[in-house]
Design a protein around this ligand. Sequence first.
Ligand SMILES: [Zn+2]
Ligand SMILES: [Zn+2]
Length: 216
Amino acid sequence: MRILSRTVGAFQENAYLVVDDETGDAVIVDPGADPDDIIAMIESSGATLRAVWITHAHLDHIGAISAIRRRYAGVPVHVHPLDRPVYDAQSLFAESYQVPFEQPDAPDADLAHGDVMRVGNLSFDVIHLPGHSPGHVVFHGHGIVLGGDVLFAGSIGRTDLPMANPEHMQDSLRTIAALPPETVVYPGHGAATTIGAELNSNPFLNGIANVKRNAD
Ligand SMILES: [Zn+2]
Ligand SMILES: [Zn+2]
């Protein structure tokens, strides 16, 4: 397995290409902006793009979908249905942020908690982790989690945005913090980290780490 990435757009979002080297199949997770850069990454990987997986539908994670679809016809876009209202509203937010944005057409397929998403011989579990957005999911497998905007190195995703929910975010942080500590987190923004490193140093997980200790 190879994980390639490009940091794109005004919000410095990480678009990840997950490649199964055995079969040459790949998926792109959160193609958020700068489609030429993302397409160049896909082309130089030598892999065949099979799908687009979206952790959540904020504009900085979906802005290159239309261009990807034009370049790779028939590649399906997967989004959790609870993020459809978010997905459909992003052109309005792009106007207010004054960032260039191409509103993508409707997604092709739903993601649901417990789904197993496959690319080549690789498989990833879909975990629904709402809070930053109602339909936020992460993709977990092979010792990694493609985490979107739930957990960052030293921080967490915002919960003051429209349709966010701070209480759901606390539950979601508890869930992601319970993954094995060696799990590598590839976040939507910033550098990769591990669950263990964040449990040790991320102030937003302090209460959660204490809860875990008390429960032991
Ligand atoms: Zn977001
Ligand atoms: Zn983001």
